[in-house]
Write a protein that binds this ligand. Structure first.
Ligand code: SF4
Length: 361
C-alpha cells in the first residue's frame, strides 16, 4: 500500500485538505525517479527513487522546514517543486488567484506566472552569481524576462531591493568577487525578491556561510517574511537552523516523509527514531542540560536498492521483525492528530496485528 498517499490523510490534518483557506501549494503523491542505465545500449536496469510518494500542503505565510541527511531527497524536493525537474508522477497544485493548476501539466510558457510567484535561493552564493556580470545586470535580466519593460522602473526596483537587504544601492555597479559570502547571499535574496514572489524555496541558504554571518542572514530572512508576507520552504541539514526558521517541519529519509509536525511539537517530542537520532546531535546551549547522543549506524542506504519494509530498519535501534517485512503507514498519532509519522512503534500496520508501542516518546 502507498504509505503516504493523499487519500489516506484525515480531513483534520493540515497535510491534505484541498480548498482550505490560505493554501498556496498542494503536493500530491509526488515521485521523482531517475533511471539507472547500463550496458552498451544504455538499458534501464533500475531506478533511483529520489522522491517516493511525497504529499504535503503548504499554507501562505508559513515556513515549511525540510530536514534529513544528504541523499534523503530534500534538494530534489525543492527543485521538483520549482519545476526545474519534471516529476515522474504526482500533482504539483499551485494556487493562482484564478484557481489551482497542476504545474506538471503546464508548458514552459504557461509556467511563467508561476515563476513570478515562486523563486529559489541556492546554497552557494559564490556560484549563484555570474562572476563576469555586474550586480545590476544579474538583477536587470530577470526583471526584463518577467515583463518589466521600463528601464527607469527596473533600476528603481534594483535600488529598492538592495536597500531592503541592507546593502548600498551603489553596489549594483560592482562585480560579485568584490563581496563577502554574507553580502553575496543578501544579493541573491534581493534578486530572488525583485520580481515580487509570494513564495521562496531556500535550499541550504546559510550552510556555506560563517556561523557568525548565518544568524544575520536568517534574521534578515525572517524580517523580510514579516514585511512581505512571504511563504518559505526552508531546506537544511542543520536542525537548529530549521527549528529557528520553521512553523512546520517534515523529516525525510530515502525520498519519503517519515515524520511531520509543527516545529515545537517535533523538537520537544520527536517520535520517529530517525528524528530522535538527528535531534540528539543538536547541541543545547546550557551546561545544566545533558543530552544522550544517539549514534546512527552506517550511511543512508542506496536509493536504487532500498531496504525492505521500513527503509530505516538497518539503522534503527528500535527495529522489530515487522519493520523488515512491512512498510509502515504515514499516519497521525493517536494522541496528537496533527503529528504524522511512519513507524510501526506508533501506528497501524497493513494487515498485521503485532503489538505496537503507541505514544512512546
Ligand atoms: Fe524503526 Fe521499525 Fe519504526 Fe522503522 S518502523 S523507524 S525500523 S521502529
Amino acid at each position: 500500500m502507498n504509505s503516504q498517499s493523499y487519500q489516506q490523510l484525515p480531513e483534520n490534518c493540515s497535510q491534505g485538505n484541498p480548498g482550505q483557506e490560505g493554501i498556496i501549494f498542494e503536493i500530491r503523491n509526488l515521485k521523482k525517479y531517475y533511471p539507472v542505465l547500463a550496458g552498451f545500449f544504455r538499458k534501464t536496469v533500475g531506478w533511483v527513487k529520489a522522491l517516493d510518494d511525497v504529499s504535503i500542503t503548504i499554507h501562505a505565510g508559513e515556513t515549511l522546514g525540510v530536514v534529513g541527511e544528504s541523499g534523503c531527497g530534500k534538494t530534489t524536493f525543492g527543485k521538483t517543486m520549482m519545476m526545474l525537474q519534471h516529476p515522474t508522477s504526482g500533482e504539483l497544485l499551485f494556487h493562482f488567484p484564478e484557481g489551482k493548476r497542476d504545474l506538471a501539466k503546464l508548458s514552459s510558457k504557461e509556467l511563467m506566472p508561476f515563476r513570478r510567484k515562486v523563486q529559489m535561493i541556492f546554497q552557494d552564493p559564490f556560484s549563484a552569481l555570474n562572476p563576469s556580470k555586474k550586480i545590476f545586470d544579474s538583477f536587470d535580466e530577470p526583471l526584463r524576462v518577467h515583463g518589466h519593460e521600463d528601464p527607469k522602473e527596473r533600476k528603481e526596483t534594483i535600488v529598492r531591493n538592495l536597500e531592503m537587504v541592507n546593502l548600498s544601492a551603489d553596489y549594483m555597479y560592482r562585480y560579485p568577487h568584490e563581496f563577502s559570502g554574507g553580502q553575496r547571499q543578501r544579493i541573491c535574496i534581493a534578486r530572488a525578491l525583485c520580481i515580487g514572489p509570494e513564495m521562496v524555496i531556500c535550499d541550504e541558504p546559510v550552510s556555506a556561510l560563517d556561523v557568525s554571518i548565518q544568524a544575520q542572514v536568517l534574521n534578515l530572512m525572517k524580517d523580510l517574511q514579516r514585511q512581505l508576507g512571504l511563504t518559505y520552504v526552508f531546506i537544511a541539514h542543520d536542525l537548529s537552523v530549521v527549528q529557528y526558521m520553521s512553523d512546520k517541519i517534515m523529516v525525510m529519509y530515502l525520498g519519503k516523509i517519515v515524520e511531520m509536525a509543527d516545529s515545537i511539537s517535533l523538537y520537544e517530542m520527536p517520535r520517529h527514531p530517525y528524528t530522535q537520532a538527528l535531534l540528539s546531535a543538536v547541541p543545547i546551549p546550557s551546561i545544566d542540560v545533558k543530552k544522550k547522543r544517539i549514534i546512527l549506524q552506517g550511511d543512508v542506504p542506496s536509493p536504487i536498492d532500498k531496504p525492505s519494509g521500513c527503509a530505516f530498519h538497518p539503522r534503527c535501534r528500535d527495529a522489530m521483525d515487522i519493520c523488515r517485512r512491512i512498510e509502515p503507514e504515514f499516519a497521525p498519532l493517536s494522541d496528537d492528530p496533527s503529528h504524522f509519522i511512519a513507524c510501526h512503534l506508533y501506528g497501524k500496520t497493513s494487515g498485521e496485528s503485532e503489538p505496537t508501542r503507541k505514544g512512546k516518546a
